[in-house]
Design a protein around this ligand. Structure first.
Ligand SMILES: Cc1ncc(COP(=O)(O)O)c(C=O)c1O
Length: 458
């Protein structure tokens, strides 16, 4: 804000979007390889979503979720029950966004434990470096220290387990195969805390914070078993992973796991309107139906807003009609392959990873030692500028190690996928020159996407 308030500030104000491209107020064009913020799954410029919202607003602009059901809410809940991985006859508790959904899920898990007679079950197991939102409950379970600190005292009870982060695993990064120790650590943590004090566990199938950290095969299944064994409510946070982002409607489905509660938002409306949901397994939802004393005392005025539900229905119809979940698998696999081809020999690229249209390129000082770039002066600002000046919007992030994060619309044309790979390769090349780790002129990548050599002075 300090920078923006100076008189010569020239902020980028995005004013128009079409497909996977956006334009600022000065007419500059960008490929949006972040889908806004992991949201615009069906791409920009979808008139049918806008039309569905407009028609709803003219007919009935608001219905209180505390007082009455609304038609779009009923229809959307039925649709979510049909596609969810939480099982048949699941119910959706509709919110206004992701933090809200996490908040609802955490409160529901605690309330359920009390209903079951476990008044002392109030702890929540999350993962280190995870991000689950900014409202007090969601913030408290975040595993990002710098985001949590400064707002204490937080909601008590959050505990953090290690990440399944194979590239720099605390336990087995150097080993030929994963030793599964990070899974054992989750169980040890629960044993240490006392299972009778743990209400819920919350995890993403592919963790965004840290850069598309994919739960390895069998990991989520083990978490499911651990939760079943100890009577813990298993919340899978699909705020990003849902609605085709990692292929399939939900990441839990792609990984063959049935959560107790799914939290979701973002791609639910592809960002055309604010909306979130906690989708809840029937048996859990049923515990809150009955006498007055059974109800779930929670809600927000704009939860499940009628126009947002209309947007979600139109958005889901597009995902179905255009088979965008499969497209996410296919185009994601293509992009990852091209990124690997372009970057695999570069001394400053540690790893390319991801699932579907959710990817990250981890940057290192030296690939042979996996040396960290920690301490490199203003690297994130520099990277963001480099990417943007070449016409690419994506995210440079260092909540763990530095990564370039890519999550383009699921509709991304192959030509734009190729352009993204070429720009990322070019920026990594510039990083190599900045760090002195590549020769003056050095072209990486497959000939198909190799960027032009850039003079070191440029
Ligand atoms: C995994 C995850 N959970 C929760 C949230 C919070 O969602 P919102 O920003 O809509 O409140 C986010 C936001 O990025 C997220 O990535």
């Amino acid at each position: 804000m300090g920078h923006l308030s100076s008189t010569d500030a020239r902020p980028t104000v995005l004013v128009r979007g079409e497909g996977s491209r956006v334009w600022d107020q000065e007419g500059n064009e960008f490929i949006d390889a972040l889908s806004g913020l992991f949201a615009v799954n069906v791409g920009y410029g979808r008139r049918e979503i806008a039309d569905a919202m407009a028609a709803q607003l003219v007919q009935m602009p608001y219905v209180s979720p505390f007082s009455f059901p609304s038609l779009p809410m009923i229809e959307l809940s039925a649709k979510l029950a049909a596609i969810t991985t939480t099982g048949p006859q699941s119910r959706a508790f509709l919110t206004s966004g992701g933090s809200d959904a996490v908040e609802a899920a955490l409160k529901m898990a605690k309330a359920l434990q009390r209903k079951r007679g476990f008044a002392d079950r109030n702890k929540v197991i999350a993962r280190r470096v995870s991000y689950h939102g900014t409202s007090m409950g969601a913030l408290s379970v975040n595993g990002v220290t710098s985001i949590r600190n400064g707002f204490g005292p937080l909601v008590p009870g959050a505990r953090h387990a290690p990440l399944p982060y194979r590239f720099r695993c605390d336990y087995c990064a150097a080993a030929a195969a994963c030793a599964g120790t990070c899974i054992d650590e989750v169980e040890r943590l629960i044993a240490f805390e006392g299972p009778e004090t743990v209400a819920a566990m919350i995890m993403e199938p592919v963790q965004n914070s840290g850069g598309a950290i994919v739960s390895p095969p069998g990991y989520l299944q083990r978490m499911r078993e651990i939760c079943d064994h100890y009577g813990i409510v298993f919340i899978v946070d699909e705020v990003i992973c849902g609605f085709g982002r990692v292929g399939g409607w939900f990441g839990s489905g792609e990984m063959g796991v049935q959560p107790d509660i799914i939290t979701t938002a973002k791609g639910l409306t592809s960002g055309y309107a604010p909306l979130g949901a906690a989708i809840v397994r029937k048996e859990i939802a049923d515990a809150f139906i009955g006498d007055e004393g059974d109800k779930f005392v929670h809600g927000v005025t704009f939860g499940g807003h009628v126009a947002s539900c209309a947007a979600a229905l139109a958005n889901i119809a597009i995902i179905e009609r255009e088979d965008l979940t499969q497209r996410s698998r296919d185009m994601g696999a293509y992009m990852q392959r091209e990124l690997r081809l372009a970057l695999h020999e570069h001394p400053n690229v540690g790893e390319v990873r991801g699932m579907g249209m959710f990817m990250a390129v981890e940057l290192v000082r030296d690939r042979s030692t996996r040396g960290s770039l920690e301490g490199e002066d203003r690297l994130m600002v520099w990277l963001s500028d480099q990417l943007k000046s070449r016409g690419l919007i994506c995210r440079a992030d260092d909540r763990l190690e530095p990564v370039i994060q890519l999550a383009p619309p699921l509709t991304l044309p192959q030509s734009d996928a190729d352009a993204i790979v070429a720009i990322v390769a070019d920026v990594v090349q510039a990083l190599g020159r900045r760090l002195g780790s590549v020769p003056r002129i050095h072209v990486v990548g497959s000939p198909a996407v190799a960027p032009q050599p850039v003079d070191v002075a440029a």
